[in-house]
Design a protein around this ligand. Structure first.
Ligand SMILES: NC(=O)c1ccc[n+]([C@@H]2O[C@H](COP(=O)([O-])OP(=O)(O)OC[C@H]3O[C@@H](n4cnc5c(N)ncnc54)[C@H](OP(=O)(O)O)[C@@H]3O)[C@@H](O)[C@H]2O)c1
Length: 345
């Protein structure tokens, strides 16, 4: 586990003065980042939509409660005029943090949010005086094959060239992304996995651990102007390992169902062909490509020399393990782990 740099009482006093603008504050990670920054004494303004959350199910009052301690300002991050008028309000800020991402990974939405809206936050932030920007990105951009990865990479490049100090945090998998089968397995259904379940691996990280890592970027000089791949504690886990963990915690004999990954080699060309005739299918074809990507590429640091993923080169951070998480959600349920349009199983 990486050690946190000690923060002196002088710099604690200084950091209380810092004003931080958080975009994407209503997201799975953004909520934890906002709360972590508030808990550390920053003056936090979070910018949100009036209806937010998975399937726009969260009301303004619920958002105000969820982001308590920050000053919540409502508006539209896709519209520069709204961002300046409703978010910045002519005030000065020190740091911009973006946890924005498309809710569905569709092609146009990814360019609108992962690139353009995030760019708006940087530009509005610079106009308001920020000297630092922390971006929540994703480890998968190291091997880009998908449109949302290209949109993220374009913003990453522009951020690095922007003149402000930057930290680009590229986490591996979140707990929510590998908990899609918890409920069905609990109900007695088999665990579905592609191939032998060992095609890919990741080092999952919890929302709270990742939020601490992101918040540390503001004060820790070693995290400035760096691309920071980051995973959770412990060894990398495959789908097979996740299945074994779940059945062991349930005290049941493993029940596994193997799905051939070649299924994507049928679905993707068919949807791509049909999308030429029916534009509504363009995003469906992209979702199938996203599905294949996650079933065939590990969420670990890629070693370009050896041409393989390297679990040992993927830094670990934090204390919450996947086993603790599975144990908790098997008892208490999956509230807060909803995937919305991102779910596959
Ligand atoms: N899932 C994984 O395992 C994983 C792993 C590594 C990295 N990542 C990366 O981590 C980042 C954050 O992921 P997350 O799961 O926390 O995201 P999330 O829960 O989907 O949250 C997305 C945020 O962006 C906002 N947003 C989306 N569309 C918007 C729009 N049209 N207008 C205004 N705001 C909009 C959402 O606001 P609303 O609440 O209003 O919708 C929300 O605050 C992403 O860059 C993702 O690629 C994910």
């Amino acid at each position: 586990m990486m050690a946190l740099s000690p923060v002196s009482s002088d710099s604690q006093a200084e950091q209380r003065q810092k004003r931080v603008l958080v975009a994407g504050a209503t997201g799975y990670i953004g909520k934890f980042v906002t709360r972590e920054l508030v808990a550390r004494g920053y003056d936090v303004v979070s910018f949100a939509r009036r209806r937010s959350g998975v399937n726009a199910s969260t009301t303004e009052d619920e958002t105000l409660r969820a982001l308590h301690g920050s000053e919540v300002r409502f508006g539209d991050v896709s519209d520069m005029a709204s961002l300046l008028r409703d978010g910045i309000r002519g005030e000065r800020f020190d740091v911009g943090v973006s946890c924005l991402t498309s809710r569905n990974g569709g092609i146009r939405d990814s360019w609108n949010i992962d690139y353009q809206a995030t760019r708006n936050v940087l530009d509005a932030g610079i106009a308001a005086g920020i000297t630092q920007f922390v971006l929540l990105s994703a480890i998968c951009v190291q091997k880009p094959m998908l449109e949302f990865q290209r949109a993220k990479l374009r913003f990453e490049k522009e951020l690095m060239e922007s003149g402000v100090s930057w930290s680009i945090v590229r986490p591996t998998a979140f707990f929510k992304s590998i908990s899609g089968q918890v409920e069905s397995v609990k109900k007695g259904k088999p665990y579905l996995m592609f191939g032998d379940g060992r095609l890919t691996a990741c080092k999952p990280i919890s929302e709270a651990d990742l939020a601490r890592f992101i918040a540390d970027c503001i004060e820790d000089p070693s995290r400035k102007n760096r691309i920071l791949p980051i995973g959770g504690p412990g060894k990398a886990v495959t789908n097979f390992d996740q299945a074994m963990m779940l059945f062991e915690l349930l005290g049941r004999k493993p029940k596994l169902k193997k799905v051939p990954i070649q299924i994507f080699d049928v679905i993707i060309p068919v949807l791509t062909l049909l999308s030429g005739l029916f534009p509504k299918l363009i995003d469906k074809a992209e979702f199938a490509r996203i599905g294949k990507y996650y079933c065939s590429e590990s969420m670990l640091v890629w070693d370009p020399v050896k041409g393989c993923y390297d679990a040992d080169a993927t830094p670990s951070y934090g204390t919450e393990t996947l086993r603790d998480f599975y144990s908790r959600v098997l008892d208490e349920g999956l509230a807060g782990q909803e995937l919305g349009a991102q779910s596959m199983f």
